[in-house]
Design a protein. Structure first.
Length: 102
């Protein structure tokens, strides 16, 4: 399933879930198809919404948060190398261990 479809579905679900003045106004804001759907179908649609939201959160974490965290750790490591005494020896050990793992 493409990301565009997931985003469109999530946007639609969020729009449908926006708080209104009352429960009646929220129900009226939903499509007639939704209001006339049997409870099992509404439950399935809600389950799909929850799944879509989880997929989008995972995508956001993988695409946005993780690279920023890695960059931050790398910059902190480079700063530490420049300030810590004996850092070159530690760097040599790290390179040696990485070489063994490859």
């Amino acid at each position: 399933m493409s990301l565009d479809v997931l985003l469109r579905r999530a946007r639609r679900r969020v729009r449908d879930a926006l708080p209104g003045a009352s429960q009646a106004s929220r129900l009226a804001a939903r499509s007639p198809t939704w209001r006339q759907a049997p409870p099992a179908q509404q439950a399935a649609a809600y389950a799909q919404y929850v799944q879509t939201r989880a997929q989008l959160q995972q995508f956001h974490y993988e695409q946005k948060i993780t690279p920023k965290l890695i960059r931050l750790l790398f910059r902190a490591f480079l700063w530490w190398l420049g300030t810590a005494p004996g850092a070159l020896g530690v760097l040599a050990i790290i390179i040696y261990v990485l070489h063994l793992l490859v």
